[in-house]
Design a protein. Sequence first.
Length: 101
Amino acid sequence: MSPQSSLSDDLTAAQRCLDELTRTVDRLERQVGTGLEIRRVRSDAEHLRESLALLRASSPAAGAASTARPEMVTIPDKPYDHVLWSDVDDEGVGAKDRHAP
């Protein structure tokens, strides 16, 4: 078994455990009500779920699945055409042909 499949298996096992934890918290909530303590447990379980999702997304197995990199855009060094900026205001100064009130 390769290390990546083992990692994938471990992430899947952790997800199953979190799913079982969520079901157990649901049962506990029906028994004890929606007090502060159960809300904290539910919140902690949701934080674990979010953390596991981040871990899964950053794992090497996920990186191998999506090897597409964003296209790099080259920005030329030459100045922009001044006509593009002919009717805009200079921020904080205003238009060149008008005076401040």
